[in-house]
Design a protein around this ligand. Sequence first.
Ligand SMILES: *Cc1c(COP(=O)(O)O)cnc(C)c1O
Length: 242
Amino acid sequence: MNNDGFDIKAGVDLIEEQISGACARCGRKREEIRLMAVSKFHPLESVEEAYKQGIRLFGENRVQEGISKFSKFRENFPAAKAEVHLIGSLQRNKAKSAVQFFDCIQSVDRDPLIEELGALTGERKTPLIILLEYHTGEESKAGFSGLDSLYRGAEKALSCPGLSPQGLMTLAPFTDDEKTLRASFRQLYRAAEELEKRFPQDGGKKRWTTLSMGMSGDFEIAIEEGSTLVRIGTAIFGARHL
Ligand SMILES: *Cc1c(COP(=O)(O)O)cnc(C)c1O
């Protein structure tokens, strides 16, 4: 339970059931999709409860909030193999702390940020995993807009030895209209296919394999359209209090 009496276990169970259902409908395997619990604005206790219910991937959208919550989490569960990804827009002045803390930055949305991240990671032994955020129709949100700017971003990221770009992230438009949602997810899927053609990896192994798309309201459609990582907040933790 969280403070509102929202049942996190029931939330996780239901989402699992719905993910399996969506997979069955479109002939995909459950293992193809990672479930992220988006814990922004929710307290450490909720994170710990979700961890106990089997969640091993978390998303935060603010650098400071993510670091303070998850450094306590790591203190309390030192052996936990849980990842934390940054999914919210990143300002340059917070890039240094973000790079030191997060397992992946999904919200890489502009060239100057790639340059900054590249400079901060130049000496790393293991490159920082990043996703490029692509604008697929949401009115006000960030992201590379159009394939040409995405290609330039990809090229820049690939030129940084400390960065390992592994896929794309998008936010679909805020709508219930299934057609619009599908169109947005399809756009992300096709953009990844294009990147794979244009920027293949040596040895023929695919590089642009992570498609982070789908939230509480639209993740089943996202799975049908090829999502490999769904980001679920409300349906696991209940409503956020801003
Ligand atoms: C908040 C947030 C989510 C989760 O949204 P819900 O609708 O609560 O599931 C997913 N992705 C991003 C980038 C977010 O900021």
